[in-house]
Design a protein around this ligand. Structure first.
Ligand code: GDP
Ligand code: MG
Length: 173
């Protein structure tokens, strides 16, 4: 039997259709990579729980993919927020920026916020350039990453990044 040392919740926010469900689904089949040595998952009413072993420490990450509404998400007190948009959809980028702004103004600053530019594989349909995403992330003190849930691009890095941010915020060096 495995003994889980910590459980962290991650709220996954962003417009409909940007790839939140596919990203979370890809986490569950994440390949071992670098420091990510083990990964197993379990789906239930609370969301998708993923066991991650990072630097020989076991952690359960619980991804909650229910709220489209950021104001509803702030009373569940997750340890981190993944704010997802599609770089093929400017409207979803604007929505993501609004969410980041809301989190910065209304949520405790010790929460990790990661701005995720998904669908990076659809280069010809791109409407939001990387620089714009990076600048928005900088303005709202978020991390920024580009992913393709469809191709599995940067998906492991996002999973490890979320966990590293949570740990860094809980135990600043
Ligand atoms: P959600 O509403 O945010 O949960 O979005 P979904 O995960 O349901 O994805 C919406 C649609 O976009 C689905 O048809 C996915 O297959 C597609 N999709 C999601 N991520 C990507 C991606 O990175 N690249 C491409 N090309 N399609 C994606
Ligand atoms: Mg979904």
């Amino acid at each position: 039997m495995t003994c889980v040392s910590s459980i962290y919740r991650v709220a996954v926010l962003g417009s409909l259709g940007v790839g939140k469900s596919l990203l979370i689904n890809q986490f569950t089949s994440s390949e071992p990579l670098g420091t990510l040595q083990e990964c197993s998952s379990d789906s239930d009413a609370d969301g998708v729980s993923i066991m991650v072993v990072l630097n020989e420490q076991e952690t359960m990450l619980q991804f909650m993919d229910k709220q489209e509404d950021v104001t509803a998400a702030t009373d569940i007190l997750p340890e981190a927020y993944m704010v997802v948009y599609s770089c093929t959809c400017r409207v979803s980028f604007k929505a993501a920026v609004q969410i980041c702004q809301h989190l910065k103004e209304h949520v405790q600053t010790d929460k990790s916020v990661i701005l995720v530019a998904n669908k990076a594989d659809l280069a010809r349909r791109r409407e939001v350039e990387s620089d714009e995403g990076r600048r928005a992330a900088f303005r709202y003190e978020c991390k920024y990453i580009e992913t393709s849930a469809a191709l599995g691009l940067n998906v492991d890095e996002l999973l490890v990044g979320v966990l590293s941010q949570i740990k860094l915020n809980l135990h600043p060096e």
